[in-house]
Design a protein around this ligand. Structure first.
Ligand code: ASP
Length: 329
């Protein structure tokens, strides 16, 4: 046996114990891990990353970092697609979706939650304090109140005005990259080498009351496998659910794909399914971001115009994602 083959065999045995064999055998480098690092969707991720980085830089847990990070966006009334100030459904109700996943495959989720500013923290409480993984609607609200979360009116004057304007035509038309929908999805690798993720949104503006998107669905809007990597999604939730998008990205990384390639494959799956269903991509935007156990990252989307924020030792920066179509929306 030549020395290279012997070396690969050694790697194979050692890395199997770590659960990393598929990646290493497909050429993943053995260089130093880039940690801590946090990634989040869209430009509002820049601010959210700062809150997450405070936790990470102090040696904190990725789970705490992602929760603290997205809480910032949830509380910001100028961000009109997440939390307080989010656009309402067609009945004028602000209904929020969120989920969280930790390094131990702990999961918690809330969907169609009203009157609570921080659905991500309610999702975490579902994970940590109940025997369940998902609560919806009134039950989620009841639980949140029992946990001491204050009940608040989340419909700001601006969102109400926009909704009243919308009522004049009452046409449900999500627009690619125009901000009538967006999500903050955040994934992080902490200094201990553990991954976690959080995802929170008010969903598609003027959706049907009761509509739930991908963002609170573990596997669709978010997935974390602490042996492999993490991924999260933004865009048309129906398409992300159809492909169980974030789980797909993580499984592709398990098979040895770099985060960038994994996001590309997942987007191509959505494109294929859309074509199979004889639908057009014109009004469908989906973006994925992914991070692996080594702190390598990537992103991809259908239409141009998607960006994401990355904070690591080199600083906080906004990165424009490559896209399947060269059109910008
Ligand atoms: N994925 C979200 C949803 O479908 C919306 C978005 O991220 O644009 O509710």
């Amino acid at each position: 046996m030549n020395s290279r083959r012997r070396f690969l065999r050694k790697i194979g045995v050692g890395s199997l114990a770590l659960g990393l064999a598929p990646n290493l055998s497909k050429g993943m480098s053995l260089e130093k891990v880039n940690k801590p690092v946090v990634l989040s969707t869209w430009d509002f991720g820049l601010k959210a990353n700062v809150a997450a980085w405070e936790v990470l830089a102090a040696g904190g847990r990725a789970l705490d970092a992602v929760e603290q990070g997205v809480r910032l966006t949830e509380a910001d009334p100028t961000e009109r697609s997440v939390g307080y100030g989010g656009r309402p459904d067609r009945d004028g109700k602000v209904t929020l979706d969120a989920c969280i996943m930790d390094e131990n495959a702990g999961i918690g989720s809330v969907a169609a939650l009203e009157h609570i500013k921080h659905p991500i923290s309610v999702a975490r409480a579902v994970m940590e304090k109940t025997p369940h993984v998902m609560l919806v609607g009134d039950g989620a609200l009841q639980f949140a109140k029992e946990q001491g979360f204050p009940e608040e009116d989340l419909l700001t004057a601006e969102s109400e005005k926009e909704w009243r304007e919308w009522l004049k035509t009452a046409k449900y038309e999500p627009v690619v990259n125009i901000e009538n929908h967006d999500t903050i999805g955040m994934i992080a690798l902490d200094s201990h080498g553990n991954l976690s993720g959080a995802c929170t949104t008010s969903g598609m503006a003027f959706k049907m009351h009761g509509r739930v998107g991908d963002s609170p669905i573990i596997g669709a809007g978010l997935y974390v496998d602490n042996e492999i990597g993490a991924a999260t999604a933004t865009g048309h939730g129906e398409e992300v659910i159809r492909t169980v998008g974030s789980h797909l990205v993580v499984e592709l990384m398990r098979q040895g794909y770099a985060p960038q390639k994994a996001c590309e494959e997942a987007v191509k799956r959505i494109v294929k399914f859309t074509h199979n269903r004889k639908k057009t991509l014109d009004n469908i935007q989906v973006g994925f971001i992914a991070l692996n156990k080594r702190g390598e990252y990537g992103a991809y989307c259908i239409h141009g115009g998607f960006n994401y924020a990355k904070y690591d030792a080199k600083g906080n920066e906004l990165i424009v994602s490559n896209s399947y179509l060269k059109t910008n929306g």
